[in-house]
Design a protein around this ligand. Structure first.
Ligand code: GLN
Ligand code: ZN
Length: 768
């Protein structure tokens, strides 16, 4: 029975890679230094896993930016526009690689970066391969073999991890019409075979092919290609041991297909889909090894050894120890490095910390599970099992987790949303009477520039250099200045600016019961960008109002309306590590009730317009379409619970910033926000079509300018966009606003762009 790992976090326990990359990009360190940092991280990771007793340690799981981009480089799938970067002799392959990831402005060249998108249902983003009709592939980089050889020199025979050829093609995008990227397999496969030849010649024994698409809805064509591709690989390298890794879900209807592949081992995600074991065991061919992904690669809780052992024993009884492997459910890329780095007991209570495991601890768990199977009677093993069961029991019974009051409230609300509001048309009349906005009302999405100065206030408060009162005074001044600026600009609906918020989720988590925070629990989001998700460990409640103080202060400064600003329940859930002892929907309902209380308090304090941001609703969609409805139902319900306690004349806004609403329009309508603002300018208002096609009944603010760049657009550009919007949505339903919050911008360009926006709205009104 072997243990293995699918991938280890690579940013470094102290984010060494992030820091080195950023220094390299800004010219502070040489490429050699960056490469050395990468080398050190790899060696350290391998040794950590070796010391933990992992039998098959992954290589090529390291990446300077992204593993899919690594694959594109290895396969020579380099879009045309970067060829000048290659031709410039100053540039190394690593420079080319970063040019593809981040764009390239140098020596008269101005190249855009490749597109980036979310890695399945995680918060990791990968660089999307670009394919053309006549796409050629060739072995371009030897990273895969090199990493294997470096580890071997260190005495570790690794299992290289490669994205499987079909998943690689499926991850990409056709950049011109008239072909299907799956047809590129004939050009692609020979390069994969070259890579395998190199690995084979270097003495590799096992190779892991990641094929996460096997857990998704596959077309008939893709399903037919799988056996064909793996048969070719098998034929070319009959003695190489191929493990196909699936994760983030169960194989379901693709299980027979996966079991039929001519490979040595198949990895199943036993965390997301434990029920697939039975069927897999029943249908497992004679010579296939089953890899059980038992340790959660997507969450930070300790494994329950007893229940894992039950699963392993079941498999052992059926197929024997030798045909079983034990592993995390997915790559550990999605969890932080090392729990031992959490030393601050005020921040993370020891009782809660004891329930958790980060990557290094998870590797240990994999190894212990094997020991528990092989030497169950050994006293030290018995002790490990006992300790684990005590911790699991402590967590289940901890008074930190259960809050009867919260339970009572969620039970009471059941599957309703406790809405007492009238239908939108009636609300609209009442709101108009109270709020009295002009046509095409202008507003912003909430945040104003988070300048270094503002961030310094928070840092100083944390260090105790300034007191709470002094901090509040500073934030108040920032709010007052922002209100004045907005009045001068002439916006119709103002915001307070969100200066007091470090992050739109963390800010709320810190004020809610049931959340914990780490000091160093960083996870890679994309490239050098890392996030530190809050941890939801217990029932969620709101001990006190969270935003009322700031919103009321802002409202007190002006005779115009100020919009209250909250993060929605689904987004708070989606961007946190969540508890695994109850369904996500239940946790979401608890957050929704807390937000509802905040909404009611804002209303009581005289805030008549409240925005509840839900940018993460779409990314929470399950991987399989058949599961969408159940998710959307509880996600919409959560939004409605938070928003529907208010009077008819209180206006509820929501904001979402991603593309594509087509396939979830019904749910967007069901959310029933009075106003929804969306990111729209980069699509030239195309996204509005979904709303138009659906006869969206409520009001909508399509973004009229992109906030990702400092550029100040002209009035004409904005007028054109508004006119485009007017063609598909009646003018009485339209608002005018930027695409998203302005926290990453500077004041200078913010003021300039908003002035132009207000003028554009005025021009449009005159034309009516
Ligand atoms: N209100 C938030 C802001 O303006 C919304 C952020 C978001 O959409 N991601 O910053
Ligand atoms: Zn946004």
């Amino acid at each position: 029975m072997q243990t293995h790992n699918l991938g280890y976090p690579r940013i470094g326990a102290k984010r060494e890679l992030k820091k080195a990359c950023e220094k390299y990009w800004s010219g502070e360190i040489t490429q050699e230094e960056l490469v050395r940092t990468g080398w050190n991280i790899r060696i350290k990771n391998w040794r950590t896993q070796q010391e933990a007793g992992i039998d098959l340690i992954p290589s090529n799981d390291f990446s300077f930016y992204d593993q899919v981009l690594d694959m594109s480089l290895a396969l020579g799938a380099i879009p045309e526009r970067y060829h000048d970067v290659i031709l410039d002799k100053k540039n190394t392959d690593l420079d080319l690689y970063f040019a593809m990831a981040r764009g390239y402005q140098n020596d008269g060249l101005d190249l855009t970066a490749m597109e980036m998108t979310k890695w399945f249902d995680s918060n990791y983003h990968y660089i999307v391969p670009e394919f053309t009709k006549n796409q050629k592939f060739r072995l371009f980089s030897s990273k895969i073999t090199n990493e294997f050889l470096v580890a071997e020199q260190d005495g570790i025979k690794t299992k290289p991890v490669i994205i499987g050829p079909l998943s690689y093609l499926l991850l990409g995008k056709e950049k011109e019409p008239g072909f299907d990227r799956l047809n590129l397999i004939d050009q692609l496969l020979p390069v994969y075979l070259e890579i395998l030849a190199e690995l084979d010649a270097s003495g590799a024994e096992w190779v892991q092919f990641d094929e996460p698409f096997l857990t998704m809805d596959l077309t008939q064509k893709a399903r037919e290609m799988y056996p064909w591709v793996y048969a070719k690989i098998r034929k070319a390298f009959p003695h190489l041991k191929i493990l196909v890794a699936t994760y983030f879900g169960g194989l379901e209807e693709n299980l027979p297909l996966a079991l039929s592949l001519p490979i040595c081992a198949l990895h199943l995600d036993m965390v997301r889909c434990p029920k697939q074991l039975e069927e897999a065991l029943d249908q497992l061919p004679e010579n296939l090894t089953l890899s059980l992904g038992l340790i959660d690669g997507r969450n930070i809780w300790k494994n329950d050894f007893q229940s894992s052992l039950e699963i392993i024993q079941k498999a052992v009884r059926k197929i024997g120890r030798n045909r079983i492997m034990i592993a995390p459910s997915s790559s550990l890329l999605h969890v932080p490095h090392d729990l031992e780095e959490e030393k601050n007991e005020q921040q993370l209570l020891p009782e809660i910390k004891a329930w958790m495991a980060f990557a290094r601890q998870k590797i240990g768990e994999v190894s212990v599970l094997k020991q528990l199977v092989i030497h169950p009677e050994k006293p030290s093993n018995l002790q490990l099992l006992l300790d684990n069961q005590i911790t699991i029991h402590n967590r289940q019974t901890s008074t930190l987790i259960q809050n009867q009051e919260v339970r009572k409230k969620t039970r009471a609300i059941g599957n309703t949303d406790a809405s007492s509001r009238s239908e939108h048309p009636a609300r609209k009349i009442l709101q108009q009477a109270t709020l009295n906005f002009p046509l095409f009302p202008t507003t912003t999405i909430g945040s104003f520039p988070q300048t270094q100065e503002v961030r310094n206030w928070r840092a100083k408060r944390k260090k105790g250099e300034i007191g709470e009162m002094e901090y509040q005074e500073l934030v108040k001044q920032a709010i007052a200045a922002a209100i004045r600026k907005q009045e001068d600009i002439g916006l119709d609906l103002l915001v307070h600016g969100e200066f007091e918020r470090n992050d739109m989720v963390e800010y709320f988590g810190e004020q809610l019961n049931g959340f914990a925070f780490t000091q160093n629990g960083w996870v890679q989001s994309y490239g050098s960008r890392c996030v530190k998700p809050p941890i939801i460990y217990g029932d969620i409640s709101r001990p006190a109002p969270m935003t009322v103080f700031w919103s009321s202060y802002a409202q007190s400064l002006t005779r115009k309306w100020v919009k209250g600003m909250l993060t929605g329940p689904v987004t708070i859930l989606q961007w946190s590590f969540v508890r695994n002892d109850q369904p996500r929907s239940e946790t979401c309902k608890q957050i929704a009730l807390a937000i509802r209380e905040e909404v009611m308090d804002l209303e009581r304090a005289g805030i008549k317009i409240i925005q509840i941001d839900e940018p993460a609703i779409r990314e929470g969609l399950p991987l399989k379409k058949s599961n969408w409805k159940a998710y959307l139902d509880w996600a919409v319900q959560a939004f409605r619970i938070s928003s529907s306690g208010v009077q008819d004349d209180t206006q509820i806004h929501t904001h979402m910033c991603y593309s594509e609403f087509n396939d979830i329009m019904e749910s967007i309508v069901a959310m029933d926000a009075d106003v929804i603002t969306i990111e729209c300018s980069r699509s030239q208002m195309k996204l509005l079509d979904a709303f138009a096609d659906f006869n969206y009944p409520n009001e909508i603010g399509p973004g009229v300018y992109d906030i990702h760049a400092p550029r100040v657009p002209s009035k004409k550009e904005m007028v054109d966009l508004i006119e485009k919007a007017e063609k598909v949505i009646p003018s009485e339903q339209l608002w005018v606003n930027p695409d998203c919050g302005l926290k990453t911008r500077k004041w200078e360009e913010t003021e300039a762009a908003l002035k132009v926006m207000v003028e554009a709205a005025r021009e449009i009104r005159l034309k009516l």
